[in-house]
Ligand binder design. Structure first.
Ligand SMILES: [Zn+2]
Length: 412
């Protein structure tokens, strides 16, 4: 089962925000936003798509932090009910749309956090894809670093030996006997160099970064989409839950990624191809298919990066003349109004509380005053009583003395 791979990772407490409430834009809003996104794609020169677990849920692979995500449920002591095996999972509409966008030249590069291998299965060429957290259908040689496509999911996770031996073909012939390890990163592992280098450079060079199905909480993967911001690049986020970078995005679409991609592709006039096992390297029955990123590709991009980005001044701002800006203004207005109303309410509440406190204070003071008055009265009464008693005593004493004197006189 596909979620079981998460059990194989080391325990890790900080899993970020889990199970945040999903949000859905109205259908009309989704239509408008998709039209905007399609326009942004056609007017951009370097589009990079960043993908997370949210694009594979439609394939039956549970995500991690969604309402029914592996870790959201783990907290409640539950397991996802929808859970296909990696072997049976096939690429979704979104995976297939991305493949078509790469092939039509609309999109230059894919940066994925997914280990399910569905981008590979869609038939995307390796030179267009970084798999930052690994791929369950890939084995690495621990000696020569060659990557091989597996026909079945790896039996282990966390870069452990799978039992295979490197065949060391072609240039790598010198490597005989390197052990094969799985390609799934555990929490403490560094991200794969070449995947990371390419992902970083492409993210900086992108005039448009599009994030699909990720809450962008894992670093560094989740932060790459912001790398073009200082060069005036744009950011579009499509996710059901709020993400870490929504505030920095030029456009946020809250809808199912498959729905968004269908609408965008229709606008672009590109058909979404069906999944074909013929294009799926895991279905070719060949365990020698090379999945290694060629070092030349990294060098090539490094040159472009150095020429275009490194040490250059900020790029001129891209100007967008469509609804997006108005929509943003509207959204801002709405947010501002909500904020103001909230502030007013809070102020009113504070005033109310202060008024109540004041009233209580007055009551308390009155009570104290009343008590003091009573005490004073009691004191006065007490004093009067004492005086009265003393007077009585004095009179009695006088009477006594008179009596004694009278008796003395009688004796005389
Ligand atoms: Zn090797």
């Amino acid at each position: 089962m596909s979620c079981n791979y998460a059990d194989g990772l080391s325990p890790y407490l900080n899993k970020g925000i889990l199970g945040a409430k999903e949000k859905f834009d109205d259908e009309e809003v989704v239509d408008e936003k998709c039209a905007t996104l399609a326009e942004m794609i056609t007017s951009s020169k370097h589009v990079v798509i960043h993908t997370g677990a949210g694009i594979s849920t439609a394939a039956g692979i549970p995500d991690f932090r969604g309402p029914n995500g592996v870790w959201t449920l783990e907290e409640k002591g539950e397991k996802p009910s929808i859970n296909i095996s990696f072997e049976d999972a096939v690429p979704t509409k979104t995976h297939m749309a991305i493949k078509a966008l790469i092939e039509s030249g609309h999109v230059k590069y894919i940066v994925s956090q997914n280990i399910d291998g569905l981008h590979m299965k869609s038939g995307i060429a390796r030179e267009h894809l970084s798999e930052l957290h690994g791929n369950i259908f890939v084995e690495n040689c621990n000696k020569c670093r060659t990557q091989y496509v597996r026909t079945t999911p790896a039996p282990t996770v966390g870069q452990k030996p799978t039992g295979g031996v490197c065949k060391g073909r072609g240039k790598q012939r010198a490597c005989r006997g390197g052990a094969l390890i799985d390609n799934i990163l555990d929490w403490e592992h560094d991200l794969p160099d070449k995947d990371m280098d390419l992902a970083y450079s492409h993210s900086c060079l992108a005039d448009l970064n599009i994030c699909l199905g990720s809450t962008l909480q894992i670093n560094p993967s989740g932060g790459l989409c912001l790398k073009n911001k200082k060069f005036n690049g744009k950011l579009v986020i499509c996710n059901l839950q709020p993400t870490k970078h929504d505030k920095k995005a030029d456009l946020v679409i809250s809808s199912y990624v498959d729905v968004v991609m269908e609408k965008v592709m229709k606008r672009l006039g590109i058909e979404i191809p069906n999944y074909s096992p013929d294009d799926d390297p895991t279905k070719k029955g060949d365990t020698d298919i090379d999945w290694t990123i060629q070092q030349e590709k990294v060098k090539e991009l490094e040159k472009i990066y150095n020429a275009k980005v490194k040490g250059t001044k900020k790029r001129k701002a891209f100007t967008y003349s469509w609804d997006m800006i108005d929509m943003k203004k509207e959204e801002l207005k709405k947010l501002k109004l909500e904020k103001q109303q909230k502030k007013e309410k809070e102020e009113e509440k504070v005033k109310e509380e202060e008024k109540m406190k004041e009233e209580e204070k007055v009551k308390e003071e009155e009570k104290v005053k009343g008590e003091e008055k009573v005490k004073e009265e009691e004191k006065v009464k007490g004093e009067e009583k004492v005086k009265e008693e003393e007077k009585v005593k004095k009179e009695e004493k006088l009477k006594e003395e008179e009596k004694e004197e009278k008796e003395k006189e009688k004796e005389k």
